[in-house]
Design a protein around this ligand. Sequence first.
Ligand code: AMP
Ligand code: ZN
Length: 134
Amino acid sequence: MAGGGISKVFAQMSPARGMLDAMDCLFCKIVAGTIPAKKLFEDEHAIAILDINPQAPVHVLAIPKKHVASLAKTDANDERMLGHLLNVVRELAVEQKLGNGYRVVINTGANGGQTVDHLHLHVLGGRAMHWPPG
Ligand code: AMP
Ligand code: ZN
């Protein structure tokens, strides 16, 4: 079958999940290439893009290709995917020259400040971070 944008979105969906979630999802569309983003990394399971509204000199998002709404929606079967994302983050940090340190954030749910309902890891660096966060 031809690999158009929408068929790529379908390809990311697991049968157990409603189709509408992925079809409506901003990061699924970025993964599929139907919405543009500055991609820093891509492999079979994940991409990393520049955040459109950076909160630090370096602000990258590591995003699984599979549509998962949030960390709260993962389970033990996602262990490899979650570990892989952390490996991607570590390699990105080296590539982005964040040897002085960086912060990895997973906003989860309403109180966590999550605004895009597709799991993603923020990688923030290039300046000193504050604690506690807001
Ligand atoms: P969160 O609030 O944790 O769900 O993070 C969502 C992040 O996605 C925010 O930091 C946004 O700036 C970022 N974002 C929203 N739209 C885009 C886009 N089109 N390309 C890149 N980053 C985006
Ligand atoms: Zn999605």
